[in-house]
Ligand binder design. Structure first.
Ligand SMILES: [Cu+2]
Length: 380
């Protein structure tokens, strides 16, 4: 959807990679403080990853999309210079997930977007594009879809001012930061009075979904929601997706990731679905999730920076961020139609463990796994 830089596909013989994904030029390094919040993304923390926040010596913030506090009258700068912020343009809202709404494909929730409440900046300047409006969001967010090399040439930040109006409009003194491009990444901003005492406005705080917690297997693999598909786990596939002994951690993770895709392509597709777009999306979501998890596995265990493929790390981040975005678009389409079949009780027919030699297996999964391509062909 968004083309990689042309150099991305070029094999380079230089082992010293000229560019490391996480590197930020020293002059652009963000220094955290009470009012300057350095954002980065822990890509392994959930399907999309979660924000990490650094507020310097003011307070120690750990964990995924942590809760922070802000006083009425304060302006907080959310600095998105760190390269992991690519594809994760921050927004602010009165309800979790803001523009994404409460569920896939739902109505937008109200955002903090009034004049004087929020100002996006590009290279420390108020953006001047035609669509700038009160906040500059419509200049800011589109640049997060640029190839990472182009996006990374500029500095991106958002300045949030906690006005009395923002506090009064909040649900129980809490607003939310969220990713404008991916849903389910929200964290809380708890509003305090100017003197630092607790602020209340008589309304009740809204519930915020619990963050993903990865177990030991997913943590080791860099994946999320994959452990139940590992060999010996609840949903193991009892078939082989590649030959060999699979005795390394990398192979065990990869086998679970492959099992997850095949399992979900079966269990999350409507039987006899006649709508080709629905069938395509139902099949493509687990297909994309497989790509995302494979990319994370290589990032986690593969030392991608040391590989001799130029910009391999950029390619992996591109897979994760763009395919997760497409997964969200597909879920937004399917859910309102009642066609997003997650956590169904439909279980793929399993076969006995295979003892046949390498490269030989006949299984339902084989037919299913080509489904996405078939669906695409049917549309043409
Ligand atoms: Cu995002």
């Amino acid at each position: 959807m968004f083309p990689l830089r042309s150099s991305s596909a070029v094999l380079s013989l230089t082992s010293a990679c000229a560019f490391a994904f996480l590197a930020t030029a020293a002059s652009e390094e963000c220094v955290g403080s009470e009012t300057n919040i350095c954002m980065s993304i822990d890509i392994f923390a959930s399907e999309t990853g979660y924000y990490n926040l650094d507020r310097g010596n003011f307070e120690t913030l750990t964990g995924s999309s942590p809760t922070i506090t802000a006083k009425i009258g304060q302006t907080l700068t959310f600095d998105q210079t760190h390269r992991t912020n690519w594809y994760h343009a921050v927004g602010f809202a009165y309800e979790p997930d803001g523009a994404h709404g409460d569920d896939w494909g739902a109505e937008e929730n109200p955002e903090v977007e009034g004049a004087g409440e929020l100002q996006y900046k590009i290279d420390n300047e108020i953006p001047g594009c035609e669509a700038a409006g009160d906040t500059g969001l419509d200049c800011y967010e589109p640049e997060f879809f640029l190839p990472v090399g182009d996006w990374g040439e500029k500095k991106y930040s958002a300045e949030l001012t906690i006005t009395q109006e923002v506090a009064d409009k909040s649900e129980g003194g809490v607003i939310y930061y969220f990713c404008h491009i991916h849903s389910k990444m929200s964290g809380k901003i708890v509003i305090k009075n100017e003197d630092g005492t607790a602020y209340t406005n008589g309304k009740a705080e809204l519930p915020l979904y619990a963050p993903t917690v990865n177990d030991a297997f997913d943590t080791k693999c860099g994946t999320s929601h994959t452990s139940e598909y590992a060999d010996g786990a609840k949903n193991e596939c009892k078939t082989e997706f590649f030959a060999g002994t699979k005795d390394t951690e990398f192979e065990k993770c990869l086998h679970a990731v492959d099992c997850q895709m095949n399992y979900e392509m079966y269990s999350e597709t409507t039987p006899d679905e006649t709508d080709k777009v629905v069938l395509f999306m139902q099949q493509m979501i687990p297909h994309h999730a497989n790509a995302v998890n494979m990319a994370k596995l290589l990032l986690k265990q593969g030392n991608a920076e040391a590989q001799e493929v130029e910009d391999l790390k950029d390619i992996l981040y591109d897979i994760i961020n763009t395919q997760n975005y497409q997964i969200h678009q597909f879920r937004n389409y399917l859910k309102p139609k009642g066609k997003l079949l997650h956590d169904t009780t439909v279980v793929p027919p399993t076969s006995a463990p295979i003892s046949a030699g390498a490269g030989f297996f006949v299984n339902t999964f084989v037919t299913i796994s080509s489904g996405a391509a078939m669906a695409l062909a049917m549309m043409m």
